[in-house]
Structure formats: structure tokens, C-alpha cells
Design a protein around this ligand. Structure first.
Ligand code: GLU
Length: 427
């Protein structure tokens, strides 16, 4: 049923609700509820078996009033233009809520990297850039890693862009490997950012991290680093879930004494898939996919993909849960959102909770422009300061206007973007 919720309709419904609260004028609403520009194109690739396969690629630039469009590129077999539109829109709100001078965009390719060689993935990356070489770039639209893409993919894309334009343009893309224009801390940034917001939310809830347990959906880049920092501040993760490529379903892995990310990483593939048999040998209970949601924990971190907490499973959330921090983009549908709000669970919305990645991308751009790189502590210190300030700005609006945290974050972001559009004379 609601498994098929269209993320773009979700993003528009969330926007419409707050546009009404802000009494936004009609042209501004019209401008902001749809993307400014969209590209959809074919990427022909000669596969390793000698045959040519055509992949579908997308880039959506939702809004660039506050600066160049910014956002990741996903490789996913179920990618759709509407999903990319939603994700692009959420990027606009994400860069605005942390107040960095960037807009919002997102890209995607319909493909499954589990079944592609490195060479085939490189060809997709280069093909994606060839289709868009004149429509993206440091002053137009700056891509980054996302679901199933990494620093290596960014480097292939940068190399193609620089070959076409005949120069070095490190500002074209972020999430590059350290030493090749990348920033220290970029890999950790999204997951760490989630935990900076958790740390601040726990203060408001009068809970000490060491007295909390968490359950996490996903075991990719965001989840792995969120788990590490949450443990460092004293928390215990009792359950993680991951996608099983062989069975085409997800499983949850529970260890009530506490999940050890190092032992799990050792048995996890590069997409975050945990080996079930090896996990059992390490003492993990292997449970059905949704089990992560039902655990008696204080904190939930949905950190995989969109549409995971829905009308049909929101009721499974345990009564112990006090806080949900959305590491993923769009994990909660509006119906589930309403239920979570009704139950009084404090929710840190996606475009605030996971803004650490793009914030560090911005730091990467700044360092690339200076051609001078900061040490990791400096990057993470600045990241902490930005995330903490953004969290409290949203929490203050939520309190003052008696709004759920998601709506409060939207109030701040939409106001900033609408103001930029007005001052530029667009609407
Ligand atoms: N893909 C990440 C996100 O959804 C990071 C985007 C970026 O760094 O531009 O926020």
C-alpha cells in the first residue's frame, strides 16, 4: 500500500503545509514546489561482454537562488525522476537550514552497481558527465556522493569534466578522495552530523546518552559513522538492519549487549550488506527487516532510504522510543509523521539531521578554492558548530510557534529561499 508513496508528492505536501503557515504568495509557491530545471538523458555504455546497454540518467536543479545547486548522485535500480525531484527539493531546504550559500539539486542513474564491474561504473560516470558538461559546474551545480556512489565515482566524474573543459576544476564536485581535492572528515560527516543533533536533542529531552539505546536502519556510510560517534558519546546500539542482495529483502541484526561496528564492517560488503551467516557466528540474532523499528530503545535512526516508516508499520514503534533522527532522506511518510507527532516522539527531520554531509561538502569547496586544506579536527569542529547552531535555531522556532520540528525546519528554510527569490526579483 503506502510502500508506493511517491516521494515528490510527499515533498510537495510537506512544502504546501508550511507555505500555508507562512502565507506565501502564489507565484512563490508555484516556483518553489517544482524544480527550476530538469535533465533526463540516455547513457550508452559498452559492457564488459562487448554489448551496448543504455542507462537512464537524471539531474534535477530544484533551486539555485542562494547559490549553485548542490546535491548527490544516486545509483539505484529503482531510481525514478520523481524520487530525484523530491531529493533535489530536500537539498534546497537542507542547504538553507544550515545557512550555507548553496541551492539544491540531485542526480541519479537507474542501475544496480552490485552487478556492474568497476570499468562499467566508470563508463556510467563519464557518460553522465558528458551529457551534462555544460549544465553543471562550480558556479552552476555541484554534485556529490549519495546512495551507492563514492569518492571513486566522484573522481571519474571530475576527470571527465576536466578533460572536456581543459583545466582543473576541483569545485565541480565534492566528496572527492582526500589528497585529490577532498576534505578530511567528509566520509564521516553525514553520520557524525546526525549524532551532533542527537546529542543536542537528548539535552532538551533531559536524557543522558549513556542511559540510551538506539536501533538503526541501514549499515552504509551514514549509519556506520553515526553508530561510531553515538557509541563514543556513551550510547549503546542494539540493532542494525541491512539490505540482503541475494534474498532481495532486508534483515535486522540484534545484539542486546551492543553492536560492535568494527566486527560488523568486517563482514559487510561495500554497499552496506551484512553477511547473515557470519553475523550469526558473531552472536547476532538475525531478524526480519522491520524488526529494527520494534526494538525497546530510546532512539531510532532510519539511515537507509526513503519511505521506510509508513502508515502500515509506524504502529510497531516501541513505547520506549523518545527520539527519531532521520539519517536518510525522506524515510518517513506524512501519515507516519502525524502518528509520531501524536505520540509525542521528538523527531529531528532528515534535511536537518543529515545536513552534515553537504555542510562538509561546502567546507571542501572552500578548501579547494583556497587550495589549502584543514586538519580533521578543524573540519569536524566547524561541522559541530554549524549543526549545533542549526539544530537550536529549529528547536527555538518549534517551541515558539508550537510546531513539530519538521515544520519548524521548513519555516526557516522556506523563508530563507523565498527571501532570496524575492530579493533577486524572481517573484
Ligand atoms: N548526498 C548527500 C545528501 O543527501 C550530500 C550532498 C552533498 O554533499 O552535496 O545530503
Amino acid at each position: 500500500m503506502s510502500r508506493n508513496v511517491n516521494p515528490f508528492e510527499v515533498a510537495q505536501a510537506q512544502f504546501d503545509k508550511v507555505a500555508a503557515i507562512l502565507e506565501l504568495d502564489t507565484p512563490t509557491r508555484e516556483l518553489l514546489r517544482t524544480p527550476q530545471r530538469e535533465y533526463s538523458f540516455a547513457i550508452p555504455v559498452r559492457m564488459d561482454d562487448g554489448k551496448v546497454r543504455i542507462f537512464r540518467g537524471f539531474r534535477v536543479q530544484h533551486n539555485d537562488a542562494r547559490g549553485p545547486a548542490k546535491g548527490g548522485i544516486r545509483f539505484h535500480p529503482h531510481e525514478t525522476l520523481d524520487t530525484v525531484r523530491a531529493l533535489a527539493m530536500w537539498m534546497t531546504w537542507k542547504t538553507a537550514v544550515v545557512d550555507i550559500p548553496l541551492g539544491g539539486g540531485k542526480g541519479g542513474v537507474i542501475c544496480d552497481p552490485h552487478h556492474l564491474s568497476q570499468r562499467e561504473q566508470e563508463a556510467i560516470c563519464r557518460g553522465w558527465v558528458r551529457q551534462l558538461a555544460r549544465n553543471v559546474g562550480p558556479v552552476q551545480d555541484v554534485p556529490a556522493p549519495d546512495v551507492m556512489t563514492s569518492g571513486q565515482h566522484m573522481l571519474w566524474m571530475l576527470d571527465e569534466y576536466e578533460a572536456i573543459h581543459g583545466g582543473h576544476y576541483p569545485g565541480f564536485i565534492t566528496g572527492k578522495p582526500v589528497g585529490l581535492g577532498g576534505s578530511q572528515g567528509r566520509t564521516e560527516a553525514t553520520g557524525y552530523g546526525v549524532v551532533f543533533t542527537i546529542r543536542e536533542a537528548l539535552k532538551l529531552l533531559d536524557l543522558r546518552p549513556e542511559n540510551t539505546r538506539a536501533s538503526v536502519q541501514g549499515f552504509g556510510n551514514v549509519a556506520q559513522y553515526a553508530i561510531r560517534l553515538y557509541r563514543q558519546i556513551g550510547g549503546t546500539v542494539v540493532c542494525v538492519s541491512s539490505w540482503d542482495q541475494g534474498d532481495q529483502t532486508s534483515y535486522s541484526f540484534r545484539k542486546s549487549t551492543g553492536v560492535d561496528p568494527d566486527e560488523l564492517v568486517a563482514i559487510t560488503d561495500r554497499f552496506g550488506g551484512i553477511d547473515k551467516a557470519k553475523a550469526r557466528d558473531l552472536g547476532y540474532e538475525v531478524l526480519p527487516g522491520d524488526a529494527w523499528l520494534e526494538q525497546p530503545v530510546e532512539i531510532l535512526m532510519p539511515s537507509a532510504i526513503e519511505n521506510q516508516v509508513r502508515e502500515d508499520n509506524v504502529g510497531k514503534i516501541h513505547s520506549a522510543v523518545r527520539l527519531i533522527a532521520e539519517g536518510a532522506n525522506g524515510p518517513t511518510t506524512p501519515a507516519a509523521d502525524a502518528e509520531i507527532d501524536k505520540r509525542g516522539i521528538f523527531l529531528v527531520p532528515d534535511f536537518l539531521a543529515n545536513a552534515g554531509g553537504v555542510t562538509c561538502s561546502y567546507f571542501e569547496q572552500v578548501q579547494s578554492n583556497m587550495n589549502m586544506y584543514w586538519v580533521k579536527d578543524e573540519v569536524l569542529g566547524r561541522l559541530d558548530a554549524t549543526m549545533t547552531a542549526a539544530f537550536h535555531a529549529v528547536a527555538d522556532v518549534a517551541k515558539r510557534r508550537r510546531l513539530p520540528m519538521r515544520d519548524a525546519a521548513y519555516v526557516i528554510s522556506i523563508s530563507r529561499v523565498a527571501q532570496a527569490c524575492h530579493e533577486r526579483g524572481w517573484v
